[in-house]
Each structure stands twice: as C-alpha cells, then as structure tokens.
Design a protein around this ligand. Structure first.
Ligand SMILES: Cc1ncc(COP(=O)(O)O)c(C=O)c1O
Length: 380
C-alpha cells in the first residue's frame, strides 16, 4: 500500500459524508428514513434559470473551457445583485470572482493566505470546513467561542486577550450556521476594527442571508471593509442550486487576484450553461424570495412542533435554513441523534458536528417537504 500524505492524518472524512453512507445502508435495509440532517435544498431553482441553462447548451462554445473569472455578464449580474439586495457597490470587473460554490472558496482563500504554522480563528460552533481546510494546509485552527448567552456572537474582550501574533484569517458567518443567529451592525464595525488592529483577514461566509431573514447584510457595506475583509456568497441556498455549484468571492482586487492565482491553477472555469442559468437566477424579482420563504416558514412551524415533541426548545427569532434546538439538560447530542435514527428512522444532525459548543444541541434541516415533516411528527 502507498502511504497517504501526512496532512490526511489530521483530518477526518466529513461527518455527513460518513453518516450519509450509514443512512443509505439503513435505507437499503428497508428502513423508512426521513432525512432532516442536511441542508440540500429540495425545492427547484427558478424556472427561467433552468430554461437558460438548457438553452445555453446550444450556444456556440458552450462545450469549451470557460474563463477562470467567469463570464463578464455573470460578474456584472452579481454586481447588480449586490447593489439591489445589499446596497453595496462592487465593480464587476475587479471586485467579483465567481466560484464553483462557496466551499471551494474556503480552500482557495486559505491556500492564498496561509503558510504552515499560521493560525486561523474559527467559530465554535461553525461550519466544519473552516477547520479541516486549515488543518489540511498545516495551519492551526484557534477556536473562538460562540455561546447562546452572548447571542452566538464572539466576545471581543476574550479575543483581545488571546495571543494573536500568528493569526492570519478569521472566519465569520452571519446569518450563522448552525444556530441561525444574526449579527447587529455594531458587530460588523467591531470585527473590521479588530481585523485592522491585528492585521487579520476577516472572511464573512454569507450563504444564508436570504433564507427566513428579513435583514440581508453584506460585510462590504461597512466602512473600511475592503481593506481587511472578503466575503463568500453562494446561489446554493438562495436559488436552490446547491448541485449546480455557483458561488462567489467579493472584495478588493489585490485579495481577489491572490485567490485567482490559486483557483486558475486548480480548475478551468464554470460550465457555460450553469453561468447562463445563474445570471437569470440573480435577476429574480422579490416574488422569488417571498415564495421561497413562505415554504420555509410553513416547514419551520412544523419543525418547531417536532422540536417540542422531543422536549427540546428553540429560538423563534433565529434565521436560516435550519432549526437549532436545545436538548433537555444532560442529554448528549450524538447519543440523542443516534437514538432518534435507530428508534424512529429520523436523521438529524448532532450539534457536536459543528464544534464542542454544539454539545447539548441538535440541528434540523428545513429541506424536506411538509408531508415528510408531518410523518416525522406522527412517528413520535
Ligand atoms: C456556512 C456554510 N458555508 C458554506 C457552505 C458551502 O456552500 P456552497 O459550497 O454550496 O456554496 C455551506 C453549505 O452548507 C455552509 O453551511
């Protein structure tokens, strides 16, 4: 056997990649699995976007390698989207880099800015990829606490007390996954000042701003953001296009050029038809957001019912595509989710997947039709 690289010794296979294999096995054994574990939108993308993708197949050159920076029309439409939806001015020529989903951006940004031994501030709880990518590159994740009693926001006094000398990047993600917490204006000003003071690149991962959230915010709206911040965004959840793989990175030209240096050596541009579809999706009117959210709102009501049937509690002001529920005292997240899977064939995510501060919580996805959630309620 050929030995794998040392870097793989420090990372585990992604929890959901492993768990979904187990869930698929249970399904193959005839178990009537209800999957409320993952956030893969089951609703369809905007119909005009699908049409444009299909028509794009016939266009001249659709089969060819595409630009590393995406079609200029796509970048312009992203700029229009940012202007209309976040009141942020970006140059489509220099301040926008389309990506194959925002997940790949986490790797590209990290490769562009981290050296071995650098440190990275990672939210606990938070999206697990920040940690695994950091470790894959031989850098060190330094977890900063997010706690319910501080509304899942970082404690800047505690951050200032840390040894920040080798910290190069800080990941933030509001609206926050998995808790659904939102950040106030004051937070963005504070985090930008923190980044400037310590010369830390602040990266806001922002894929959930349009799901059950009436206050979409881009960090780029705040003073000095372009000096120390980048923002990742995605069409995966906003337009139900997670499998199409469309994301973007926005920020100042110098930072984006560094990321492009990495990206252009790793992929060869996004499929043309998908870019055409994405352009169309970005043009959607307010009605798209209203109808998307009315579906999620009804589902969330049902999930809340399920949550109370399980003697858990939730924050009714939380946003996003998940319900983050608190377990009764002393109940362990993974034991609980394993039990629910075994006893009721319902798959939900244990909070510990997102870090140690997720202990005592579980996460329910809203990516299942009402009838399925009702079936889950009935089983309990
Ligand atoms: C916080 C967060 N960031 C990034 C992503 C990646 O999204 P995508 O690569 O589909 O844009 C996800 C996906 O679940 C997420 O929850």
């Amino acid at each position: 056997m050929i030995e794998v690289a040392n870097r793989l010794k420090h990372v585990e296979e992604y929890y959901f990649s492993k768990k979904l294999r187990e869930v698929a096995f249970l399904k193959s054994q005839g178990k009537p699995i209800i999957n409320l574990g993952i956030g893969s939108p089951d609703l369809l993308p905007p119909s005009n976007a699908v049409l444009q993708l299909k028509e794009g197949l016939e266009d001249d050159g659709a089969n060819k390698y595409q630009s590393y920076q995406g079609l200029p029309e796509l970048r312009e439409e992203i700029a229009n989207f940012y202007k209309k939806r976040y009141k942020v001015n970006l140059s489509g020529k220099t301040e926008i880099l389309p990506l194959l989903g925002s997940k790949e951006g986490i790797m590209h940004i990290s490769m562009a800015f981290l050296n071995k031994g650098d440190k990275v501030l990672v939210p606990n709880p938070g999206y697990p990829t920040y940690t695994s990518v950091t470790k894959l590159l031989g850098a060190k994740p330094i977890f900063y606490d997010l706690k319910e009693d501080n509304n899942w926001l970082p404690d800047f006094i505690a951050l200032e007390r840390m040894n920040l000398s080798k910290v190069k990047i800080m990941w933030i993600n509001y609206p926050h996954m998995p808790t659904g917490a939102n950040a106030p204006n004051k937070f963005y000003d504070e985090v930008i000042a923190f980044g400037k003071r310590h010369n830390i690149l602040i990266v806001n991962d922002n894929p959930y701003s349009f799901v059950l959230n009436d206050r979409p915010i881009s960090i780029m709206r705040y003073n000095n953001a372009k000096q120390v911040c980048l923002e990742l965004n995605s069409l995966s959840k906003t337009f139900n296009m997670s499998g199409w793989r469309v994301g973007m990175l926005v920020g100042n030209y110098e930072y984006l050029s560094a990321v492009l240096k990495v990206k252009s050596n790793m992929d060869s541009g996004m499929f043309y038809g998908i870019q055409k579809g994405a352009i169309e999706a970005l043009k959607c009117s307010d009605m798209w957001f209203v109808s998307l959210n009315s579906v999620y709102e009804q589902r969330r009501e049902l999930i809340w019912e399920l949550v109370s049937k399980l003697n858990c509690t939730h924050d009714k002001y939380a946003t996003g595509m998940f319900v983050w529920a608190k377990l009764p005292p002393k109940v362990k997240s993974e034991e609980f989710t394993d039990l629910i899977l075994k006893k009721y064939s319902i798959f939900i995510a244990p909070g510990t997947v997102f870090g140690s501060n997720g202990e005592g919580y579980v996460r329910f996805s809203l990516c299942a039709p009402e009838v399925t959630i009702k079936e889950a309620i009935a089983r309990l």
